[in-house]
Design a binder for this molecule. Structure first.
Ligand code: ZN
Length: 193
């Protein structure tokens, strides 16, 4: 049975020194990226994400955070200001100081941060990867070190959607990952078990 999770999209333009900074996300592009990320996850897990709301906001980063990009402190400020509703929220920002801001707390906040990318397929995979984290999936290669002669294991990790590095178009998920995602706390809210 398909699990449908509502997703709020918030395009966040940063303001610094009284002027708005660059923001390349548009509402049309944000919708396309969510649709493709949802299609990918639906094909792998039968979990889909439907757009609930889409809004554009302007925010100034707080003292102690970087002003012209979103860093760790900026993520926590934004996640506290734009809390997730019933489902998840994706904050769409022009730039981030490094990928995967928010770390472990993302699963609790159900808020992920996606930096702009001009390639819709690659950006959609990144969003699907972030939604995978919200579905309680860790990096497939975290804390595991393949021994010598395990090139095939490394190659499999690199084809996985939850790989820690650059995402391969194959964007695979194992049956174990699919089961974990469908029984995650987030999926359970919407009928998963
Ligand atoms: Zn990740």
């Amino acid at each position: 049975m398909a699990i449908t999770i509502p997703a709020d999209l918030t395009i966040v333009t940063l303001r610094s020194g009284g002027r708005a900074l660059a923001q390349r996300w548009t509402e049309a592009y944000a919708s396309s990226v969510l649709q493709q990320a949802s299609d990918l996850l639906r094909a792998r897990t039968n979990i889909e994400f439907s757009r609930a709301t889409l809004e554009q906001v302007v925010e100034e980063m707080p003292a102690g955070a970087a002003a012209e990009t979103v860093d760790e402190a900026g993520y926590h400020f934004l996640a506290a200001t734009y809390k997730a509703g019933n489902g998840v929220r994706a904050l769409l920002v022009d730039r981030v100081s490094r990928p995967e801001l928010g770390g472990q707390s993302r699963q609790q906040t159900r808020v992920c941060l996606i930096a702009y990318g001009s390639d819709v397929a690659a950006t959609s995979r990144m969003m699907a990867h972030e939604l995978g984290h919200l579905l309680a999936l860790p990096h497939v290669d975290s804390g595991r070190r393949p021994g010598p002669g395990q090139e095939s294991q490394i190659a499999a990790w690199m084809r996985n959607l939850m790989y820690s590095g650059a995402l391969n178009p194959a964007a695979e998920l194992t049956q174990t990952q699919v089961q974990a995602a469908r029984s995650s706390p987030l999926a359970r809210r919407f009928g998963g078990r």
